[in-house]
Design a protein around this ligand. Structure first.
Ligand code: PEP
Ligand code: MG
Length: 876
């Protein structure tokens, strides 16, 4: 039997979303519930995929099947397509598996032509309505199917209203509308070059094709990327008998929610318009009335609608977003779906549904979108002001939240403005560790270069500061403190605004509202903790970040990047001294200066995490990141080192590498300069011993993590150094402190030889930033430049630095866990790359049996919720 591509509403049900799309499945479900739904059929998402496979054509057999279903519809409705007695008119609407509000198009009143409209006008005795339908159809078809553009038709309506001296569409007479339909068709011919199609079958196939095509329009592509909806899903098409809201004063149309989508409050919310159709309610042509007023205008229809709202909420056990039409006093339901809601409303609705006995705690957890929590944890734009603003560009949404402030171009300026209490947005080609202080003062950070794991992105996420990175369209003139974007030049002090959640950049001030979290948030977090089996740690380098993460529920530190502690002016001097030293003794002397500072930092981290595990990662970046670039700093260093400026410059030049990311960094630094690891080991062990002494009830087991290991012998080399120093320190202190030495797994060779590495490593932690970089062979700082072309060509659908590539990088991870545990079954395995805070990646980590995920402080709540969802969906 050949594959079935078309389903009557009465053949489907609510569980068939994959095949029928959300709208189609819900129309079928409402039909099953016996609700008043104009009948019709759904062309499946598989037909859409087939359309693309066939080179963007609807093949003959699918066309024939569609026409077969038109015949079935004719039997059900008793009307006939294109008939001059009793014509059938239909709507054609898209409906993907996940709801994509407003992304794709709708065509109403299909089936009309010159003859059919006359029949309709005569038979109904309502020519105004008939011609209103016709002109709307021509308008929608021209716009959606032939892409003529709405505005040409709107101009004609405006002209007509002006000539007639009226302001409202409803005041146009039947003759006016007839004349408009004529003008619209002429407009169509002028723009397209052919007559407007009069055969309903041609109209239908054109409309269906347009819906399939709209799956690939820029709006839909953008929405899909933002919401991680795979391109391969395709959209279904719903063909439904028309119910007419524009038949006069006993007809109307409206939309409503069963709860307030902004606050979650349990009350019917919505709007309606009498004598209107389709988009009129949202298009702003006339001002709609609040739904409660329908009780006065049409009490019977209103009461029935309220009853249906109750039925639907109870049935779907979630807040519903519905569309309805009243045709000559009779109510019809055109759509229902789980309504989109704000983060605050999502929390309230989930909690209320538990209390109302509608949902179990597990189901309430599953209905949340973890990423939405971002909106509660960071400042957001004032919604009205944002609506009125137009972006001047967009780039990577590197760290969520909203920021508005004066443009500054250097970290020093950010500090200066910031100290005066001014809000600033720091705009840089890229940031470096030296910019940390300025980044702290900035409301937002915008960079020209860099991806989702660039310095700016990682640090901003850690701080909870909004960041948009990698905006290659910016023409930057750092020397003259100005940049140009979208044809306009911005100088220091100009206002801009950034949306770190969407990546949008605005050339104006948009007011922000502060983050707010309330009781529902805590409750959902507590419920999440009951279910999750994955632990959630944080990536934190400063006591402040660690404390913030602990407040958000972090159960330890999974990654402390020790190099981030080196950029304080006092410390950078000691590091530079170390780098410029000629002998081991000189290097050790410089490192000795750093030892007490590192030790005190570590003590504070242990204190902040109150006895939870803390993983300290040893120095990772190439040394050139620490040397000065400014002449004055070079001269100062020459002076303290007792060397000539030329000598210092020669040392700096000697550190240059063509591929620093694959260069002298990570554990390779310890192989060449063991004294660095020795100093860091002393600092870790001394800090732990001190803090343990102060808190007898804590059981500190420091975790020392060696980065960038690719060979067990190099790990053993470094570990031997660490163990020797650690044991010396412990013995000298007369302590019985236990500690662990583990490794980051971030080089493919480490994955391939994980069984060998596990002989030395006491734990694994996946550094998926580097692992992604090295598995794909993309530079994590530069990939943004070409990835856009990959998205456009559907080669990749997501940034692999933001969402874990489960097929490739994930396979390496799974293999590593298996190989590692064969050798050391009790070992703990975690992840500390940026993926540790991404919900779909968290789910994957749960599935492959990791012990914990570690993410920046502000993503800890997201990871807690995502981990709970993973446990509920995939119990162990
Ligand atoms: C990683 O590579 O995933 C990681 C966490 O380390 P970093 O980002 O510091 O290289
Ligand atoms: Mg790394």
């Amino acid at each position: 039997m050949s594959k079935k591509f078309v389903y009557l509403f009465s053949e489907g049900n609510g569980s068939m979303k994959e095949l029928l799309g959300g709208k189609g499945a819900n129309l079928a479900e409402m039909t099953k519930l016996g609700l008043p739904v104009p009948q019709g059929f759904t062309i499946s998402t598989e037909a859409c995929t087939q359309y693309y496979d066939d080179g963007k054509v609807i093949n003959d057999s699918i066309q024939a099947e569609i026409m077969e279903y038109i015949t079935k519809m004719e039997e059900i409705t008793g009307k006939k397509f294109g008939d001059l007695e009793n014509p059938l008119l239909v709507s054609v609407r898209s409906g993907a598996r996940a709801s994509m509000p407003g992304m794709m198009d709708t065509i109403l009143n299909l089936g009309l032509n010159e003859n059919v409209v006359e029949v309709l006008a005569k038979k109904s005795g309502n020519p105004r309505w008939a011609y209103d339908c016709y002109r709307r159809f021509i308008q929608m078809y021209s716009d959606v199917v032939m892409e003529v553009g709405k505005k040409f038709f709107e101009e004609l309506i405006d002209k007509m209203k002006e000539e007639k001296g009226i302001t409202q569409d409803v005041d146009l007479t039947a003759d006016d509308l007839k004349e408009l339909a004529r003008q619209f068709k002429a407009e169509y011919k002028a723009k397209i070059g052919t007559e407007f199609p009069s055969d309903p079958k041609d109209q239908l196939m054109g409309a269906i094709k347009a819906v399939f095509r709209s799956w690939d329009n820029p709006r839909a592509n953008y929405y899909r990327m933002q919401n991680e909806i795979p391109y391969s899903w395709g959209t279904a098409v719903n063909v439904q008998a028309m119910a007419f809201g524009n038949m006069g004063d006993t007809s109307g149309t409206g939309v409503a929610f069963t709860r307030d989508p902004a606050t979650g409050e349990k009350k019917l919310m919505g709007e309606f318009l009498m004598n209107a159709q389709g988009e009129d309610v949202v298009a702003g042509v006339r001002t709609p009335q609040p739904i409660a007023q329908l009780a006065q205008v049409m009490p019977d229809a209103y009461n029935e609608f309220v009853k249906i709202c109750g039925i639907l909420e109870n049935h779907y056990k979630d807040m519903q977003d519905m569309e309805f039409t009243i045709e000559d006093t009779k109510l019809y339901m055109l759509q229902t779906r789980n309504g989109k809601r704000t983060a605050a409303a999502a929390l309230k609705i989930a909690c209320d549904l538990i209390d109302e006995g509608m949902k179990t705690e597990e189901d309430a957890i599953l209905m949340m979108d973890p990423k939405q929590l971002d909106a509660l944890l960071h400042p957001q734009f004032d919604a009205k002001a944002l609506k009125a603003a137009k972006p001047i560009g967009s780039a990577l949404p590197a760290s969520p939240g909203a920021a508005c402030g004066k443009v500054v171009f250097t970290a020093e300026d950010a500090v200066e403005y910031g100290k005066k209490g001014e809000k600033v947005v720091l705009v840089r080609l890229e940031t470096s560790p030296e910019d940390i202080e300025g980044m702290h003062y900035a409301q937002g950070i915008l960079t020209v270069r860099g991806g989702m794991t660039s310095h700016a992105a990682v640090v901003a996420r850690g701080m909870g500061t909004c960041c948009v990175s990698g905006c290659g369209e910016i023409k930057m003139d750092e020397a003259n403190k100005k940049f140009t974007l979208a044809g306009k030049t911005y100088v220091e002090g100009d206002y801009i605004s950034l949306d770190g959640t969407t990546g949008n950049i605005y050339g104006e001030a948009i007011p922000t509202v502060p983050a707010s979290i309330g009781g529902d948030f805590d409750r959902i977090m507590q419920i999440s903790d009951k279910f999750r089996t994955l632990q959630v740690r944080t990536n934190a380098d400063t006591p402040k970040d660690a404390e913030q993460a602990a407040k958000f529920g972090a159960e330890g530190i999974g990654l402390c990047r020790t190099e981030h502690m080196f950029f304080d002016p006092e410390r950078i001097a000691a590091i530079r001294e170390m780098i410029c030293s000629d002998t081991v003794a000189d290097r050790e002397a410089a490192l000795d200066k750093l030892l007490p500072m590192q030790q005190s930092d570590f003590e504070k981290l242990y204190e902040a995490l109150k006895g939870h595990p803390v993983t300290i990662r040893f120095l990772d970046p190439p040394l050139h990141e620490f040397v000065p670039t400014e002449e004055a700093d070079i001269a100062a260093l020459a002076k303290t080192q007792g060397k000539s400026i030329e000598d210092i410059k020669a040392i700096i030049a000697s550190l240059h590498e063509f591929n620093p990311m694959m260069g002298h960094r990570g554990c390779r630094l310890t192989v060449t300069y063991p004294e660095i690891a020795k100093m860091q080991t002393r600092a870790v062990i001394r800090a732990a011993i001190n803090v343990q002494k102060a808190h007898a009830d804590w059981k500190l087991v420091p975790e020392i993590m060696i980065p960038l290991v690719g060979e067990v012998k190099e790990l053993k080399f470094v570990k031997d150094i660490v163990v020797k120093v650690a044991d010396e320190e412990i013995a000298a202190a007369g302590s019985n402190l236990k500690y662990e030495v583990g490794t980051m797994i971030e080089i493919p060779r480490a994955c391939l030889t994980a069984d060998e590495i596990a002989k030395e490593a006491e734990f694994f932690c996946f550094g998926t930033n580097d692992l992604t970089q090295m598995t794909f062979g993309f530079s994590r700082d530069d990939a943004g430049k070409f990835l856009t072309a990959y998205y456009e060509n559907k080669i990749y659908e997501n940034d692999p630095f933001a969402r874990l590539d489960q097929n490739g990088v994930g396979k390496l991870m799974e293999m590593s866990v298996k190989l590692g545990k064969q050798v050391r079954p009790e070992m703990h395995c975690g992840i500390c790359g940026e993926h540790g805070g991404d919900p779909s990646s968290v789910e994957f980590c749960h599935k492959i049996g990791l012990t914990y995920v570690s993410c920046s402080p502000f993503r800890v709540p997201i990871a807690r919720l995502a981990a709970a969802q993973a446990s509920i969906k995939f119990p162990k």
